[in-house]
Design a protein around this ligand. Structure first.
Ligand SMILES: *Cc1c(COP(=O)(O)O)cnc(C)c1O
Length: 397
């Protein structure tokens, strides 16, 4: 017999489970390694800004860890997305296919290129772009002319498909890459939430032309603020490094810039934090997996609540744990969020969908009913590493 879905029953689970009030945040960083030592080195040596050994080292370690040939560190994930769209050849007035179920930074980066997001629906199991629905839609509304995919309704080129790996669960990349090939679209992965996530054994972020990571304070590994571009393509990597470092040509003493670049390089002091964090990633991943397993057991017994697990093809990082209410309970969504937050349990809904925001309301879109349904039913629950720590030992790293 399952227990009824009620605020009392959920509260009881969270309170039994999360004993200390300080542990109830949605996602707190975990600093247990050499963070202080490395940051102190920056301060002691004076290398705190955009040059210094930790930035190069962080890039090398990201490349080693993910298996991406190149990694270019940036000041944040949105900056990495901006540069990625530019290097994908996004022109003013182009359209970029992007899920409506994403963080606003994904769409803003498209907007910074004077292009427009074109919203696509999400799959209800993986929360990633729904490949089947996308291919049916593209068949209907596009036309290929001289190797360029055009939206027949707006007459604008659709140049790229941005794939986001929601809460650390990878989208179905094989199918999406196939569709992108067929429609001459560049694939850019927004893997901001997905460091430590694998699709069919290969780390996400470089299945297409390039992808990005974020190291914001709430991500699995943090640099305070930061991001990275991943790519297997030498030309892209070289241009990304150039564009993110004000397009300055290397020279002993001259300041010569060959185009209007961006000041998007990650500072050394942030990279120092990142190096220390990366040393602990296996431990973070173990703790998160253990926590996800616990949540799965705890919620299995509550009527109408489904804990979200990794897709069969994936090894997810379980960055944010999520449960979905059955459709007949969606009317409880707001009440649950309100009441649990009042009791200091930091539960959160998904982002307000991008096509509902004032600046993107006019953007082209397909039927978005699955994303709408998901947004009305999903709840992210406290997912800090510290909550899973009792099931793993720190020495195991
Ligand atoms: C965190 C995040 C980003 C990038 O955020 P920054 O704060 O700019 O590093 C982009 N997309 C998604 C889906 C994210 O969750």
């Amino acid at each position: 017999m399952k227990r009824q879905l009620s605020i009392e029953n959920l509260l009881q689970i969270f309170n039994e489970w999360i004993k200390l009030p300080s542990l109830k945040a949605l996602h707190e960083p975990c600093f247990k390694g050499k963070e202080w030592e490395y940051v102190k080195q920056c301060i002691d040596t004076g290398w705190v800004s955009s040059a210094g050994q930790f930035v190069d080292r962080f890039e090398q370690e990201l490349s080693d860890y993910t298996g991406s040939k190149y990694a270019i560190a940036t000041s944040n994930g949105t900056a990495a997305l901006h540069i990625s769209f530019l290097l994908a050849g996004i022109q003013p007035k182009d359209e970029v296919l992007v899920p409506t179920l994403t963080f606003v930074g994904t769409c803003n980066a498209i907007h910074y290129c004077s292009a427009t997001p074109h919203f696509v629906d999400s799959d209800q199991m993986t929360f990633g772009v729904d490949a089947q629905k996308l291919v049916t839609y593209l068949k209907e509304i596009t036309q290929i002319k001289q190797g360029v995919c055009y939206n027949r309704l707006t007459h604008r080129p659709i140049r790229a498909l941005c794939v986001m790996h929601t809460f650390g669960h990878p989208a179905d990349l094989d199918l999406l890459c196939e569709i992108a090939d067929q429609y001459h679209l560049v694939i850019i992965e927004d893997a901001a939430e997905a460091l430590g996530t694998y699709y069919k054994g290969k780390h996400v972020g470089y299945h297409g032309l390039m992808g990005i990571l974020s190291f914001n304070g709430n991500k699995i590994v943090t640099t305070g603020g930061g991001g990275a571009i991943l790519t297997n393509h030498y030309d892209i990597a070289k241009k990304a490094k150039h564009l993110t470092t004000t397009a300055k040509l290397p020279h002993q003493w001259r300041f010569y810039h060959d185009q209007a670049g961006y000041n998007y390089r990650l500072p050394n002091i942030n990279a120092a934090l990142g190096c220390a964090q990366l040393e602990q990633i296996e431990y973070f991943l173990k703790a998160k997996r253990a926590l996800a397993f616990q949540y799965q057991q705890l919620f299995a017994n509550i009527e109408g609540v489904n804990f979200v697990t990794e897709p069969i093809y994936a090894k997810s990082n379980y960055w944010l744990n999520t449960f979905l209410l059955d459709a007949q309970y969606s009317h409880l969504h707001t009440d649950l969020l309100k009441n649990l937050n009042q009791k200091n349990i930091s539960v959160r809904p998904a982002w307000d969908l991008m096509h509902s925001l004032p600046m993107y309301q006019q953007a082209p879109k397909m039927d978005l009913s699955t994303a709408e349904s998901l947004a009305n039913r999903l709840i992210n629950i406290p997912s800090s590493v510290v909550l899973g720590e009792k099931y793993v030992t720190y020495n195991s790293i």
